[in-house]
Design a binder for this molecule. Structure first.
Ligand code: ADP
Ligand code: MG
Length: 342
């Protein structure tokens, strides 16, 4: 076979392989876009585990009519314009890949009204390359993205979807994480038209703790210490479970770097080490932690889904996190409470 360039839609579908694994990954990308657009309130609707419908509606800045089709084009983003901006990117998105990828494997409609526009507009994509001209649509300021029949045109992918219940569970996990990442944003989640969460914006520390109790359970909040430590420009805050709230599995561990949830070996190691003297062997700590640092000191462009990061000075970061938590846990003696609880 001779070498030739792939058609754009196939390129998008290949990219979708990396960022759109299942309905929950669509929700993650759409919610991140809403947060990047400065939304204060986000409504999420899911039907049949997301296989039939995923809809995210926000009250963010919206997209002007002339940019709607562009939003669905590959490598089109409003978030960065240069390498310098990439190296200190503070938004959750920047690759300009999510919407075109999702649009290539679903029936997508994007409706939006920009802040200064007097009407809303909508564009539709049906998994092909063709995007028709925007049509006027009634929409308040903000954006709605509706994704129907995910993977309808990629049967191999659709085959890997699990039951509605399992897919829904993954969606709920994503929404839970996003809800923990921005306490100031109100969120509503409905599945098959039944409300699952309605989380009002949480402005104070008490309201944040209340939201956390809804998302992680009251026992975690009741059996945790609130930590807040700063050294120079590095800041760590959040809740760390007391040894009495240790777990048999590593299932309540959330770590956010500049508002983005990440899984990172270095961080997990630093936290484990801080708990070493206070946890029984084989038990896992529970924590919800927020780490803030200059975005230029961390590379988030490691993987398309951006759940991994690379720190410029990983030793300093490890040391800081270990110290901060070790200090916070120093007052807690081993054997406080019984292992096996929670
Ligand atoms: P990225 O987030 O990496 O820029 P996306 O494909 O997710 O790429 O989105 C493309 C562009 O569409 C964004 O850069 C943004 O300008 C616009 N956009 C997407 N979703 C929203 C939204 N909910 N509100 C406002 N603008 C949006
Ligand atoms: Mg995005």
């Amino acid at each position: 076979m001779s070498i030739r360039l792939l058609p754009p839609q196939l390129i998008n579908q290949i990219a979708a392989g990396e960022v759109v694994e299942r309905p929950a990954s669509v929700i993650k990308e759409l919610l991140e876009n809403s947060l990047d657009a400065g939304a204060r309130q986000i409504e999420i609707d899911v039907e049949q585990g997301g296989k039939r419908l995923l809809r995210v509606r926000d009250d963010g800045t919206g997209i002007p009519r002339d940019e709607l089709a562009l939003a669905l084009s590959r490598h089109a983003t409003s978030k960065i314009a240069s390498l310098e901006e990439l190296e200190q990117v503070a938004s959750l998105g920047f690759r300009g890949e999510a919407l075109p990828s999702i649009a290539s494997v679903s029936r997508l409609s994007l409706s939006s009204r920009a802040l200064d526009a007097d009407t809303g507009w909508t564009v539709e994509a049906d998994g092909s390359e063709r995007i028709e001209a925007p049509r006027p649509a009634a929409h308040p300021v903000g954006t709605s993205v509706e994704v129907r029949e995910l993977f309808f045109n990629t049967p191999a992918r659709r085959k890997f979807l699990r039951t509605d219940t399992t897919e829904y569970k993954h969606i709920e996990d994503v929404v839970r994480r996003l809800a923990m990442s921005r306490f100031s944003v109100g969120l509503t989640l409905r599945h098959n038209r039944k409300q699952v969460f309605r989380l009002p914006p949480a402005g104070t520390q008490e309201e944040a703790a209340r939201r956390l109790a809804r998302l992680c359970g009251a026992p975690f909040v009741d059996h945790s210490l609130y930590v807040s430590q700063q050294t120079g420009e590095l800041r760590l805050s959040g809740w760390v479970g007391l040894p009495t709230f240790s777990r048999s599995q590593a299932d309540l561990q959330y770590f956010f770097v500049n508002g983005r949830m990440v899984r990172d070996k270095l961080i997990t190691h630093a936290v484990r080490q801080a708990y070493q003297d206070v946890l029984y062997h084989g038990r896992h700590p529970a924590y919800v932690l927020y780490f803030e640092l200059d975005p230029a000191l961390v590379d988030v462009n490691v993987h398309p889904a951006k759940s991994e990061v690379r720190f410029r000075d990983s030793r300093a970061i490890h040391g800081f996190i270990f110290q901060a938590l070790h200090q916070a846990l120093a007052g807690v003696r081993p054997g406080q409470g019984q292992p096996g609880e929670a």
